[in-house]
Write a protein that binds this ligand. Structure first.
Ligand SMILES: [Zn+2]
Length: 143
């Protein structure tokens, strides 16, 4: 537990941010939840530990983490903004039926993508990152 908090503190330090209870709580949740929450979900979880935190603060903290590259942002089909802690490199599977987002990690796929974009450049742009959005739905057992 102490190690976990040291890790969070060092992440904040590297980003040049002061350690505040709000930032600690938000980052703690984002690292441990292993999910892709929206602002509301983060707020729900965090206000149990930091009762006086407002949703606006949670939003501001999340946005500042995203700016520092600690979190990434994505939007779902229905336009909801979700946050993701950047740990291991991964792509995302979007369940078109229930809106669930799951991580999809595959090193072989990453190598194929890297190779492809190394050989075929996009005119006038430098590629920063390539992320796949894989749309899925649960297989019907009767099919
Ligand atoms: Zn993810």
């Amino acid at each position: 537990m102490i190690q976990h908090y040291q890790h969070i503190k060092s992440l904040l330090q590297e980003a040049g941010m002061k350690t505040t209870p709000q930032r600690l709580a938000v980052l703690d949740y984002m690292i441990s939840c292993k999910c892709h929450p929206c602002v509301d979900e983060v707020y729900q979880a965090v206000c149990e530990h930091v009762p006086d935190i407002s949703k606006a603060t949670v939003y501001k903290v999340l946005e500042s983490f995203a700016q520092e590259g600690i979190l990434s942002k994505m939007s779902t089909n229905d336009g909801k903004l979700k946050y993701d802690y950047i740990d291991e490199r991964h792509h995302h599977m979007f369940d078109v039926e229930n809106g669930e987002i799951k991580d999809f990690a595959d090193h072989e796929l990453d190598e194929i993508l890297n190779k492809y974009f190394r050989s075929r450049k996009i005119d006038g742009y430098v590629i920063e990152d390539v992320k796949l959005e894989i749309k899925v739905k649960k297989q019907n057992k009767n099919n």
